[in-house]
Design a protein around this ligand. Structure first.
Ligand SMILES: [Fe+2]
Length: 362
């Protein structure tokens, strides 16, 4: 096999039910290392709720509730970075703490990059554009499946450029993770399913692609087998054992998330035009890809019916020609994953007519 890319993993993690109680100790260690406030970015779902327990925030710290009702946009990240700079008043933060689902974790990563690099979020959408290391970041997922906790990207929508793309950089990654499956107990079942499916998609897209890395292959296979246990096994998908399996699968699968295939580009087009959340958009994408991924399509269909998850037809029925063009453009722009899945001639396989027909059949 050829030599892999020089690969970074998140250096520290704590995993287990009740791990959240250790957040205070982790933040305290950072206060000793750097004299500066902590910045907390928390999923707005946890606003005024008791689900989280005690937050180790001090009076000088800032707590931002992140609105994730839509996929995070570059302008939103710019505004949060401005507020963070204002709160810091020239000081460096001792740490950034992201608590929430993939969108919140990604927002915290993006703001981190902007605190040590000049300019706006969109300047860093791409590969290896971030030049300076971000402040120390602690990631606490409350919903598992996106792999955002351990990926080297933070996915942001950019309506002006009509694309959805992250800041792909080792500097985007978290320095410490706190993986507490108990935090996902309150997730609505449908959301648990769609987000968990994200791991399933990352991993089969990776093992079905041509950009291979033997370590990532093994991580993906492990995560896929955990997903089959969770979504096709005898236990309830949200049993305590499955909550833990999902936390592990998301973490393992997140390390494979850099090598996606056809599902994610089509999903990105759907999120740009219809503002569908990522996990659900992935499911719609796979629902029209039976000929490219026959085995995974069959397993996915079984998972949908096992959990009575409905994907109502007709979401792209009454769109304008301009919107179909935008769906195509927002998908085909993702050359790297499409080449990974279909080879350099992917445009001949996924022609404009064929892709638009797929959208119309959703
Ligand atoms: Fe994904």
């Amino acid at each position: 096999m050829s030599v892999t890319r020089n690969t970074k993993n998140v250096p520290y993690y704590l995993l287990g039910f009740g791990a959240f109680a250790q957040l205070g100790g982790l933040v305290q260690a950072r206060r000793k290392a750097v004299q500066g406030p902590a910045l907390f970015f928390i999923d707005h779902f946890f606003h005024n709720t008791e689900h989280l327990g005690t937050l180790p925030a001090e009076s000088d710290d800032s707590v931002f509730f992140v609105d994730v009702s839509r996929e995070p946009a570059v302008e939103y990240v710019d505004a949060l970075a401005d507020k963070s700079r204002e709160a810091l008043a020239g000081r460096a933060p001792c740490c950034i703490v992201g608590i929430g689902g993939g969108a919140t974790l990604d927002v915290a990563k993006a703001v981190g990059n902007l605190l040590t690099n000049p300019g706006k979020a969109e300047d860093y959408q791409g590969w290896e554009l971030v030049k300076n290391p971000a402040p120390y970041k602690i990631g606490v997922p409350t919903l598992f499946g996106t792999g955002a906790e351990c990926s080297r990207t933070c996915v942001l929508t950019n309506q002006r450029r009509k694309l959805k793309l992250g800041m792909n950089s080792d500097f985007t990654m978290y320095d410490q993770l706190l993986l507490d499956p108990a935090l996902s107990r309150t997730v609505p079942r449908e959301q648990f399913f769609f987000t968990g499916m994200d791991t399933y998609m990352h991993c089969f897209e990776s093992v079905r692609g041509s950009y291979r890395n033997v370590i990532v292959d093994h991580l993906s296979e492990s995560a896929l087998s955990l997903c089959r246990e969770i979504f096709l096994g005898p236990e309830d998908m949200m049993s305590e054992a499955n909550l833990e399996r999902m936390a592990v699968a998301s973490y393992l699968g997140g390390m494979a998330a850099g090598n996606v295939g056809v599902v994610h580009p089509i999903s990105a087009g759907l999120s740009i035009v219809l503002h569908l959340p990522h996990g659900k958009a992935n499911c719609y994408a796979l629902s029209v890809l039976e000929e490219i991924y026959p085995e995974e399509y069959a397993a996915f269909t079984a998972m949908l019916s096992r959990h009575s998850i409905d994907l109502p037809k007709g979401i792209c029925e009454k769109l304008t020609e301009e919107q179909y063009e935008a769906l195509y453009a927002g998908s085909i722009v993702h050359e790297k994953p499409l080449t990974n899945a279909l080879g350099p001639a992917f445009r001949d396989i996924l022609t404009k007519e064929r892709l638009i027909a797929k959208f119309k059949s959703m």
